[in-house]
Design a protein around this ligand. Structure first.
Ligand SMILES: [Zn+2]
Ligand SMILES: [Zn+2]
Length: 257
């Protein structure tokens, strides 16, 4: 059984052939798919999709890109209401993204803190998007009392030192298809942590693994990510898949499969 803990299956990129993509998931033995929201509209779509399929779950989130303008109080209220819908298992994606220098960091901080507080008030895990912003992200987690939170660093892109800092704060690391890229730091990270610290995701439609790099990604390819982890750690594929499934069930409090 494979788990895709972060896949934007409700995005328009899948509008033409979503049912075929879902059929390939079932054939490919993917037993859990979590569809994260990036704003109010997309969180609604995630919830809608999750309501149609037993094995699909939703997250309600506000991506850092959405915080380029001040976020209106109504948005937080709507997200808080949506987070109480059935099948919502986490608050995400939320976080910080400093990839482009013109991004408004202080507005991102504000939105990130608001959403962390929402997760804490609902006792839900958080799904964190962090790009080139590790120091500030970890600092904000400390200030917002991370010990009362749990969650995952989605699409983890840090090195072994950052990995250790995130794990010390009680977070899991979710490995995407970039693990198959030649210059990826992820193999070192995967060797440096315990198997129980790891989750798998595709972040589809983005970040296709080799040999499909550059094409639209799809959730069935989470198998390739799991195979990479098993290969890097020198363990059987079943052992990796089983451990990662258990970690996902525990973190997101999913019904036992
Ligand atoms: Zn992300
Ligand atoms: Zn994403």
């Amino acid at each position: 059984m494979f788990v895709d803990t972060h896949c934007h299956l409700s995005f328009p990129e899948f509008d033409q052939d979503r049912n075929e993509v879902i059929a390939r998931l079932t054939e490919g033995n993917v037993s859990v798919l979590i569809d994260p929201g990036v704003n109010v509209e997309s969180s609604k779509k995630s919830i809608e999709l999750a309501s149609d399929f037993d094995f699909i779950y939703a997250n309600v989130g506000l991506h850092p890109h959405e915080a380029e303008q001040p976020v209106h109080k109504n948005v937080y209220e709507e997200l808080a209401a949506l987070a109480r819908s059935p099948k919502v298992v986490a608050i995400g994606e939320i976080g910080l993204d400093y990839h482009y220098p013109e991004y408004n960091r202080s507005l991102q901080h504000e939105a990130f803190r608001e959403m962390l507080r929402l997760a804490k008030s609902l006792d839900m895990p958080v799904v964190i998007h962090c790009r080139d912003a590790w120091e500030d992200m970890l600092h904000i987690l400390s200030e917002e009392n991370h010990s009362a939170m749990r969650g995952v660093m989605h699409c983890f892109s840090g090195d072994t030192v950052i990995a250790e800092a995130c794990i010390r704060k009680g977070f899991k690391l979710s490995i995407p298809g970039t693990v198959t890229y030649k210059r990826s730091l992820l193999p070192d990270v995967i060797r440096s942590v315990t198997l129980d610290d790891l989750l798998t995701e595709t972040d589809a439609p983005y970040l296709s693994p080799v040999p499909w790099r550059g094409k639209r990604n799809e959730p069935a390819w989470v198998r390739i990510v799991t195979e990479s982890i098993a290969h890097i750690r020198g363990i059987p594929l079943e052992e990796a898949a089983e451990a990662i499934t258990c970690t996902a069930i525990a973190l997101f409090r999913l019904p036992i499969l």
